[in-house]
Design a protein around this ligand. Sequence first.
Ligand SMILES: NC(=O)c1ccc[n+]([C@@H]2O[C@H](COP(=O)([O-])OP(=O)(O)OC[C@H]3O[C@@H](n4cnc5c(N)ncnc54)[C@H](O)[C@@H]3O)[C@@H](O)[C@H]2O)c1
Length: 438
Amino acid sequence: MRVTMIGAGYVGLVSGACFADFGHTVTCVDTHEGKIAALKRGEIPIFEPGLDDLVASNVKAERLFFTTSIAEGVADAEAVFIAVGTPSRRGDGHADLSYVHQAARDIANAMSGYTVIVTKSTVPVGTGDEVERIIRETRPDAEFSVVSNPEFLREGAAIIDFKRPDRIVVGTDEERAKEVMTNLYRPLFLNQSPLLFTSRRTAELTKYAANAFLATKITFINEIADLCEKVGGNVQDVARGIGLDNRIGSKFLHAGPGYGGSCFPKDTLALIKTAQDYDAPIRIVETVVSVNDQRKRAMARKVIAALGGSVRGKTVGVLGLTFKPNTDDMRDAPSISIITALQDAGAVIKAHDPEGVEQAKLVLGNVTYVDSPYQAADGADALVIVTEWDAFRALDLKRIQSMMAQPVVVDLRNIYRPDEMTGLGFKYSSVGRGLADA
Ligand SMILES: NC(=O)c1ccc[n+]([C@@H]2O[C@H](COP(=O)([O-])OP(=O)(O)OC[C@H]3O[C@@H](n4cnc5c(N)ncnc54)[C@H](O)[C@@H]3O)[C@@H](O)[C@H]2O)c1
């Protein structure tokens, strides 16, 4: 099939490369000229494990193409995916749909023959209706269907998530569109990924419900972690104790510095706004957002407490900046709030991240970026683990200890064992491993 992705970012590029790998002919269109020029040169503008090889092999096989011209990309396509950004709108937290609406207008002007327009971007309920209206208004003669097909991939594991999803949600009531979507995804349900057909509005809402539920799960265990610290419990044991219950499940029960990233913060906020507009407020998600917002700066207070109540003039080494490992994505990363709060309190920051430094430089000022975890520890009064990159899991702790001005470690991802760390002479604190364990 001939497929076009509008937007060649984390979702559009990964989905496009994976569809090409299934044998479809895919054109990725992006208005960002630098991005398309880089892709044409064989450079991948984002860090996502395995993506470079996947793109290279499908370009070589002449199944994957890049262009800035929407007309060129869309003209012969049977399915056109909208995979542009839907960030929070400045000021009110609603999803900013301007990129989606622009893409709809551009597609309308360029399409020919029956075309299925598929919204893969995360969009509020009713956006499909608006996309349909825009296209109908621009091209009253055109034959098309507008389908919702939200994406559930995770950055850092995006290719495997796209190729082996837990489910594929397709929102449409039109038989013709269902047939196109079924053919597109046939290679996947041969692998037994269920294809779930729903109404368009239901599909749109399903994506927000999924992200809000996961954000709630994280926030729940984070609050249990806080209680563990007060009463002397161990949150990792609690998480295991509840996670082995199939009704609960073990995923997303890792206590930490609060969720961040390109999706959860903006999607929880957008869901709250939609729910309020429809007079069906989702109080539980409202609370999750407020608890999570406060948590990030609270993590900075944890560091300040570990250093005896003041960080003024002290050097804090930070390990990990991206919102999670295996990505270079810095959007709404907890490190931003934590570092800013530490700087507000007078700390000097040295930081290391295996892939995120270029993106971090765009959002964080006054930070000295170093090339290794050891350089971050060198001369530091405290070392804070913010992102659990594998490279931080087996550090030479004796070496770290000998390099630091004070052996203070604040492990916000619980990757080390309290007994081991205190045994090595560190003043060690972590998340939700109470007094007995700290
Ligand atoms: N990143 C994730 O992990 C993830 C997972 C699931 C869903 N989503 C959703 O997918 C959508 C895209 O997210 P992303 O992370 O890939 O965003 P992104 O910012 O990485 O990519 C969006 C791309 O769209 C391009 N673009 C904007 N307007 C355009 C237009 N009119 N024509 C062509 N290109 C245009 C931008 O230049 C950019 O390269 C969002 O709605 C997001 O919520 C993201």
